[in-house]
Design a protein around this ligand. Structure first.
Ligand SMILES: [Ca+2]
Length: 350
């Protein structure tokens, strides 16, 4: 089994070697560390980053790399979007329809930073997290409004609101998730299966990149100030039990994609730091999961063994089958308007 995962990892590496090229020795200082110490070593490696402006910095960044193969914005909350970069940016007008404009979503909600400062009119926009590109994604403004700043989760039988076709959902979580708020199953936003792993790896990054930081007033801060039903308000383990279990599962079910690898590389070029959880498949298991007693090896990294969780869906790449963006096979002879996947590549039917 060890051998098999080593082989799989080799295949994975050879597929993406040309894309993922961290600076030489970038992760060297984490060598030999495990568990909470490994997270702290990674924190020292990835922080601080070169802080960008919100406007135009964040727009310029996402308009340069969050682009689909057809040239449209690679938005993550709606299954029907077809946004032209820049032209279809949110300009602040009231929008109550999906597919009209895209905005800049803090997938780790900025209100969780829980700080009221008043410098340069950025009253609740706490730097450096506010413009950290790793957690800023283009999202359909309407679909994004369904989320507000609720935790991510898995919605039970009663879906209160959803984006077109149930691509993203909002409602009370499943019993299995174990998240309660006010005695009831908590309200959560469920992203599409296709992005659950991507978002889990962003959350692991946020847990790692900010063990301490200086806010815009130069005051020392830490996640002890942060507030969310997903967080412990502590540097480690950082996530509350139900949230951690879910994120570890999401990361495993939706493995690192080429999209994430390219995005990580592009962000590295701009703000000069990387998401280690995109560079090392399964790294989160070394910090919070099955490999907590295994030392991270810089020269001989081994992806943790699979725990039997199957992937949410696999893209078939060896035949002409066509899949919708949720990974369901569709009749290729009668495609409606939308985005589809064939041979691992997306295409648009207009
Ligand atoms: Ca994914």
């Amino acid at each position: 089994m060890k051998r098999l995962s080593a082989i799989l990892f080799t295949i994975h590496c050879s597929l993406f070697t040309s894309l993922a090229q961290p600076a030489a020795n970038y992760y060297q200082a984490a060598d030999g560390k495990k568990g909470a110490e490994l997270k702290t070593a990674l924190f020292q490696i990835v922080s601080p980053h070169e802080v960008q402006t919100y406007t135009p910095g964040v727009w310029d960044a996402i308009n340069s790399y969050d682009i689909r193969e057809d040239g449209k914005i690679w938005e993550i909350y709606s299954g029907i979007s077809n946004f032209t970069p820049k032209t279809d940016q949110d300009k602040g007008e009231e929008i109550d329809e999906e597919g009209v404009v895209y905005n800049r979503e803090h997938v780790f909600p900025k209100s969780w930073f829980n700080e009221t400062t008043n410098v340069d009119n950025y009253s609740t926009n706490v730097y450096p997290m506010y413009t950290d590109l790793h957690h800023l994604f283009p999202t359909d403004r309407f679909a994004n409004s369904l989320r507000s700043n609720y935790p991510y989760g898995e919605v039970g039988d009663k879906v209160t609101k959803q984006s077109e076709g149930g691509f993203s959902k909002f409602g009370r979580c499943t019993d299995e998730l174990g998240y309660k708020n006010g005695g009831l199953n908590g309200r959560v936003f469920e992203p599409n299966d296709e992005y659950k792993g991507d978002l889990a790896r962003v959350y692991f990054y946020m847990a790692t990149a900010y063990e301490s930081y200086k806010n815009e007033k130069g005051q020392e801060r830490s996640p002890k100030n942060w507030k969310s039903d997903m967080l412990t308000s502590d540097v480690y383990p950082f996530f509350i039990d139900w949230a951690l279990k879910m994120l570890l599962r999401w990361a495993q079910q939706d493995p690192i994609s080429e999209k994430e690898i390219k995005r990580n590389e592009a962000i590295y070029q701009i703000q000069k730091n990387r998401n280690p959880f995109v560079d090392y498949p399964g790294l989160e298991q070394y910090i919070w999961g099955s490999s907590m007693d295994v030392a991270f090896s810089y020269n001989n990294y081994t992806e943790p063994q699979a725990t039997g969780i199957s992937h949410l869906h696999r893209m078939v790449t060896h035949d002409d089958a066509v899949y919708n963006i949720s990974g369901q096979r569709v009749d290729a002879t009668s495609l409606k308007k939308g985005v589809y996947i064939r041979g691992g590549k997306k295409f648009v039917v207009k």
